[in-house]
Each structure stands twice: as structure tokens, then as C-alpha cells.
Design a protein around this ligand. Sequence first.
Ligand code: KG4
Ligand code: ZN
Length: 360
Amino acid sequence: MILAIETSCDDSAVALLDPDGKVIFSQISSQTELHKKYGGIVPELASRKHLTSLPLLLRSAMESHRLDLKDLKAIAVTYAPGLIGSLLVGVNYAKTLAWMLDIPIMPVDHLEGHLLAPFLDNKEIHFPYLALIASGGHTHLIHAKKLGDYQLLGKTLDDAAGEAYDKVAKMLGFQYPGGPVIEQLAACCPEPTIVFPVPLKGKKTLNFSFSGLKTAVRNEAIRQGVFVEKQRLISFEEYLIISDEDRKKKIADIAASFQKIMTIIITRRMDEALNKTKLNQMAVTGGVAANTGIRASLKRLGEKKGVRFFFPETGNCTDNAAMIGYTAVQHLNAGNLRDDKLFKLNAASKSPIGLMDVKV
Ligand code: KG4
Ligand code: ZN
């Protein structure tokens, strides 16, 4: 049995996988309640919470299959990229366990975990494929050639896609995370009226940029008198009971218009990348891949181009340990495990995949 641990950001997660990479247990302890009122993650709070969540998660993993720690044959852990305090908790926990049990430890790049997450829920996907990792920290468009061989085709020049969702939600007065709330608001306004500018329009690039769009949304929210700066942030349920119908309408229209432009931006880039690479499979992964509007649009694109489209189940889009364990098992089975990791292994806020240069 392989134990996987993920603590790169705000969620603590533990998974158990068999030697073939089949997930037999996967649990996430969400910290959303802790951070939502701040409109974003508070790193110090996140690290402390991992410290108390991890032992509980490990205990439920062991109890779920009546296992003993001695049944663990290896430990996979996210070592980078992410919030350093959060990563340190997971890495140190994994190192201690690995040392105590005298078993190998496999450091996993969180981005590679997201990249391979579509394999968790789709039997048909295989290398090579085009992948968009769109999360709270990264927006990376990747040509995944084979295990460990990834070419970066484009990335965000400023904010990540998930970050844009979170910031727009916050400026409209909503709690973290912004993605799900924007989706719910967008559903209240089927015909959005605001046309936001497409970033990097007319430029020959596979990069992304969201900061100009964010400013455009901010200006529109100010213009319409719904920009929120210092008030208490609210949930979607609280929005539903706002009595000012005009304000509600304006907020939903801005959110839906933003959702629409994000869908257009992502779909266009995938289209252009498919034209360039001539790949016949594409996947979207990371927290933003949970967005049903974006998925539906990419599905249509795939159908139009005769390209198969894959995405992980919603719970495997956002951070989870199953994808970390799966990635480790693939490398382990490919003979990519080096045994000297235990003492040298450290956490890092940036990772090789996150730092790759764009090559087209
Ligand atoms: O992959 P993830 O769980 O964590 C990182 O590695 O960053 O992604 C979290 C991000 C947040 O920014 C969140 O707002 C966004 O994913 N997200 C969504 C949706 N669900 C989560 N964005 C758009 N639509 C969603 N349904
Ligand atoms: Zn992530």
C-alpha cells in the first residue's frame, strides 16, 4: 500500500493506492471554513491546520481498510510548489513516517499531480495530450509527451485563472473560493450583458493574462456601485436573501459576464494550441477544471475538432492526494525512484514544472 500526502496549499489530503495506482482511499480535509471570511488563504493559518488535520486523516485512512502502518510500502508527498509553511508540514510528516517505518519516500511535484489527475477517472486517456492546468496558483498549457516529459506551451503572465476567479468574487463581496460562487452567480444570469476585453487579443501567443481583465471587472463593479472593499464577505446563500433586487441583478450580470469571457479565453487558447500541436487529446485539470461552463465549452471544441476531451471528476480537479499518489506510482513503476531522498528531501515553494520556460 502506498500512502500519499498533499498539503501544498489550504487543503490537507491523504490517499491510499495499491501498487498499480488504483486509489483505494482518498480524503480531503477542507480549510474553506477557516479562510473564507478573508477572501483568500491565510498561509499561517493553513500550516497550523495541516498539523492537526494530517494525523486525523491518516487515522481514518488506516481504519478505513483496517490497516496497520506496517502495511505501508512507500510514502508519496507533495514537496513543491505551494505555500512553504504548508509544504513543510506535509514533507516533515512524511519524512518522519518514512524514517520510522524504514520505507522509501517519493517527492511529487504538485503540478505533475494535476497534470496526471485526468488518468484517475478516465481509462482511455494516454500520452501524448494537451493539458491545461488551471488552478489558484498556476495557469500552464502543457504538451504532455510522456511520463516526465512535459513541454510548456504557454502560461499566465500575471494572475492565475483561479486567482482571477477568487479576486473577482472578492471584489463583488464574496468569500473564498471564488470559482464556485461565480459559477452559481452566473447561473442566475443566463444572458450576460457586459463585454469584457479579451486579454492579449491579436497577439501570436499561447500565454494568458488576467490582470487587465480583473481591472476591467473592478472598474465595471465600481461604475455599477457594487464594488466591495471593506465589508464582510458573504456566501452565495447570503446573496440569495439580499432584498435589493437591482443590486443582485448587477452582481449576477458582472459575474456571468466574467464567467463568459473566462470561458472564451480558455477555449480559444486550447483551440490555438491544438492547431499548433495537432494533438488529438486534450485535458483540463486543476481547480478551475471543476467549472461546468468551461468544461462544456471545451467539450464542444473537442467535438468540433475531433479531439477527445478529458477532465478529472470534480473532487480530483481541486487539490487532492489521489493525484499525488498516482503520479508517484507511475514514476515508481517506471523505475524513477531514487533512494537517497529521505534525508535530503526538502520543501520548495517553486517547482521545476512551475519554472519551465515556454517553448513552442
Ligand atoms: O487546484 P486547486 O484546488 O488549488 C491550487 O493548486 O491552487 O485550485 C483552487 C482554485 C481556486 O482559485 C478556486 O477558486 C478555483 O480553483 N475553483 C474554480 C472552481 N472551483 C474551484 N474556479 C472556477 N470554477 C469552479 N467551479
Ligand atoms: Zn493545486
